[in-house]
Ligand binder design. Structure first.
Ligand code: HSE
Length: 293
């Protein structure tokens, strides 16, 4: 079988709702494929019991349909669904890269991102590409209707995953339908600051660029312990903290790799203050999906 490791991702980064995404060096899904007359899906690993194996309802199954590439697909989940760490996107991205190679389709990254985004639509109701783009391309990505821009970045990160479930659909329902001019000005300033920070590998700029006052505050109400974990991470030296994707995962940007342990411990104790169990991943910006033949 042909094997692909597709990384978990963190979307939005505060100021880039439905646009910005980061590939994480860990965790990751592993997707294995072999040709078959009809697509079948088998899922093991984190949260596999919650993932549909009907190809019409599974992100990887939808990708097989989009690429007209029927296959036996085995998915080993590195991160549970409804985590805010791009779990469904990692499976979609892994399937896209694997099936493209298996059937020698010769699709470009942009075409694979589009196919994988269709897979995402079955989970979230919208074909947004802010998780699948970094999982396929790697680094920091800006996914827009007219294409994907990416830049490699070096940045130490912590993602903390509380033991609560927030569905992407619910998290999208609380997002306000309109923004004020003041909020738009703040968000544009933050997005520009963050993008510059990624180009310069500057954790101070990236941390400041996470700030926005529209989507994150609305969603913070769904993530019990978010305020405590954020305050603890900032006190422990993180340059910025925000909700990862649709949540409940929380992303913290660190100045130095050696700061991650302290920030991770602080975030866990913040969630603990709110009586929420959590686990923390000390990670970094990573590369895109990797193919092993
Ligand atoms: N941009 C998406 C959201 C990512 O925040 O809803 C989650 O799939």
């Amino acid at each position: 079988m042909l094997t692909v490791r597709a990384p978990a991702t963190s979307a939005n980064l505060g100021s880039g709702f439905d646009v910005f995404g980061l590939a994480l060096s860990a965790p990751a899904d592993v997707v294995r494929v072999e040709k078959a007359a009809e697509t079948t899906i088998e899922v093991t690993g984190a949260g596999s019991q919650y993932i549909p194996t009907d190809p019409a309802k599974n992100t990887a199954g939808v990708v097989a349909r989009e690429l007209d590439a029927p296959a036996r697909i085995e998915i080993d989940k590195g991160v549970r669904p409804a985590s805010g760490l791009g779990s469904s996107a990692a499976s979609a991205a892994g399937a896209a890269v694997a099936l493209n190679a298996l059937y020698d389709r010769g699709c470009s990254d942009e075409e694979l991102v589009r196919a994988a985004a269709e897979g995402e639509a079955v989970v979230s109701g919208a074909a947004h590409a802010d998780n699948v783009a970094p999982s396929i391309v790697g680094g920091f990505t800006i996914a827009r209707a007219d294409g994907v821009t990416s830049v490699d970045a070096e940045l130490p990160l912590v993602v903390c995953l509380p033991d609560i479930v927030v569905s992407t659909r619910d998290a999208r329902e609380v997002v306000p339908g309109t923004v004020s001019m003041e909020e738009m000005v703040e968000t544009v300033g933050s997005a520009a600051t963050l993008t510059t920070g990624m180009h310069r590998n500057d954790p101070e700029l990236v941390g400041r660029g996470l700030q926005e006052s529209v989507v994150t505050p609305a969603r913070a109400a769904l993530v019990t312990g978010y305020d405590e974990a954020k305050r603890a991470a900032l006190d422990a030296g993180a340059t910025g903290v925000t909700i990862s994707g649709a949540g409940p995962g929380v992303l913290a940007v660190c100045r130095r790799p050696e700061d991650r342990r302290r920030v991770a411990a602080a975030m866990l104790s913040g969630f603990d203050e709110a009586d929420i169990d959590a686990r923390a991943y000390q990670t970094a910006v990573g590369g895109g999906a990797e193919l092993f033949r």
